[in-house]
Design a protein around this ligand. Structure first.
Ligand code: PEP
Length: 244
């Protein structure tokens, strides 16, 4: 089974109810996309977006707690995301790793919680610019994969997103060779560790736009994209979906 192709949007801390008009536009413009489409809005929009998406676009959270319930003010349990209509959850995004000091071990624990709640974990890895400049990229990615992806990961419950930190929201992207090198490494590591690692979807994320999507999707072992800024508007996200 080949990895499923996935165009995933991360709305981050953007959007209000009025933004759901973009979902209607996406559905109208791309009624039969050639890939799975996922949008991860702020938690405040999960219920309403799930209703707008009519089962045609998957909905995801942007984080979850490792515990199932309890005294964790401001946090959301994986089962609550599921209850709100989510099928996926982004975990270990570099903004969570930086802003909330999330470690690989915490990302792995959250991924286990996501799996137990029946969610697909979209686990993010990526090097900083300093790490790339120091020639540490492959070591960093290997360590993050080893530490953040739990033993129970399968092609059905896990997607991996390679997101170089220096490419997120900057308009800068790695060269195709650089993306190919990391994706080949990820495929090799996941295939060595998991029975169906060859089938896990591998996304690239970091300044994906309509103008560079086709080139990125042609790179071996790139099965889709995790898109931030360009996922907010149907006029931008639509052409990315079409390129996949
Ligand atoms: C992201 O936040 O996951 C991301 C890739 O952002 P952008 O596409 O804006 O670089």
């Amino acid at each position: 089974m080949a990895p499923r192709k996935l165009a995933a949007g991360n709305w981050k801390m953007n959007g209000t109810l009025a933004s759901l008009a973009e979902i209607g536009r996406l559905l109208a413009d791309h009624p039969a996309p050639g890939c799975d489409v996922l949008i991860c809005p702020p938690a405040t929009l999960l219920h309403a977006m799930a209703a707008s998406a009519q089962g045609k676009i998957a909905i995801g959270g942007q984080d979850c707690h490792a515990k199932t319930a309890g005294a964790h003010t401001g946090d959301i349990a994986a089962a609550q995301l599921r209850d709100a209509g989510a099928s996926h959850v982004i975990l270990g995004h570099s903004e969570r790793r930086t802003d909330h000091a999330e470690t690989d071990a915490q990302v792995a624990a959250k991924s286990v919680a996501a799996h137990e709640a029946g969610l697909v974990a979209v686990i993010c890895v990526g090097e900083t610019e300093a790490q790339r400049d120091a020639g540490q990229t492959l070591d960093v990615i290997s360590a993050q994969l080893a530490g953040s992806v739990p033993d129970g990961a399968t092609a059905a419950n896990t997607v991996i997103a390679y997101e170089p930190v220096w490419a997120i929201g900057t308009g800068r992207t790695p060269t195709s060779d650089q993306i190919a090198e990391v994706h080949a490494l990820m495929r090799e590591r996941l295939s060595a560790r998991f029975a169906d690692g060859a089938d896990m979807a591998l996304l690239y994320g970091g300044s994906v736009k309509p103008g560079n999507a086709a080139e990125i999707f042609a790179i071996p072992h790139v099965n889709g994209a995790l898109v931030g800024g360009a996922s907010l508007k149907a006029e931008d996200f639509g052409p990315i979906i079409a390129a996949l």
